[in-house]
Write a protein of this length. Structure first.
Length: 285
């Protein structure tokens, strides 16, 4: 159970709260190490881009189980790092790990970063690892985050590039839903690829009060499991919704196709699929 109560959530984020504080959050919390390892190749570049100094006050948006928050806190021993998320389950894991790792200057709160009053000009850095794409109203969200940053404060985001540049999702969809058109969020709607358009990202951030906006392309392999069976279980738990409406035979065939796809991507380092992201940086003007 969470220690956070009466979460103030923007109406545009109500569906996100229901998902992340429900079954989806449960799954991410239970597979924290899998998710951290999946994006491990991007973690170092994001933390370096954040430019965290020893006395900085850092906000980690969509912190999940808290790896980025804890590492930010380690970089700021004379400051602190606050991780925020809508998932009480993931925040419970984040708190437990901060205690276990003796990271005393990391703390975690269940809040909606789109509307939460962080204070005026109190932060040095805002970062987010694949979390900022889920805001219901990104204009309001980035304006709120900009207001919390001191002038010259830094923003660092990791967001996915367009789905066509990411091997993993089309490969999984081809296995789990062959021949079916899966429902995708309309352009700009909350979802993994909501911040994949560079022009939209620049417009959002500049409109919110950021300057020196940069989007640097990164291309890395994502890890999905130690072997084909491990990867198949992990992906099914995450993307099982693609099998909605399928009968037992269709499910059996889809799982076999996914297992075959995972096996084809097995390497000495595990099951790897290509991915592509933007490293987004900006400063509060």
């Amino acid at each position: 159970m969470t220690e956070d109560l009466d979460v103030r959530v923007a109406g545009t984020n109500a569906e996100q709260l229901a998902a992340w504080d429900g079954d989806e959050g449960d799954y991410w919390a239970a597979h924290a190490d899998h998710y951290d390892r999946a994006v491990a190749a991007y973690h170092g570049p994001l933390m370096a881009a954040a430019g965290i100094a020893s006395d900085h006050e850092v906000l980690d948006v969509g912190c999940g189980t808290g790896q980025t928050t804890r590492d930010a806190a380690r970089l700021a021993p004379d400051g602190s790092a606050l991780g925020v998320d809508l998932s009480s389950q993931m925040l419970d894991v984040a708190r437990q790990r901060a205690v276990a790792e003796a990271v005393a200057n990391a703390r975690f709160e269940q809040v909606d970063a789109q509307v939460h009053p962080f204070g005026e000009a109190v932060l040095d850095v805002v970062l987010s690892r694949t979390g900022a794409m889920f805001f219901g109203d990104p204009d309001a969200a980035f304006a709120n985050l900009a207001a919390a940053l001191r002038p010259g404060g830094r923003l660092a985001l990791l967001t996915w590039r367009p789905v066509t540049e990411n091997e993993w999702l089309p490969a999984f969809a081809a296995a789990l839903a062959p021949g079916r058109d899966l429902p995708l969020p309309p352009p700009g709607a909350p979802g993994p690829f909501a911040l994949s358009d560079p022009d939209r990202v620049r417009g959002l951030l500049e409109g919110a009060g950021f300057a020196d906006v940069r989007l640097d392309p990164l291309t890395e392999d994502m890890w999905f499991g130690a072997d084909a069976e491990d990867a198949t279980r992990f992906v099914l738990g995450q993307l099982g919704w693609m099998l909605q409406g399928a009968d037992e035979d269709e499910r059996t065939r889809a799982e076999a196709a996914l297992r075959e796809t995972a096996a084809a991507h097995r390497t000495d380092e595990g099951v790897l699929f290509g991915s592509a992201a933007w490293l987004v940086t900006a400063v509060r003007s």
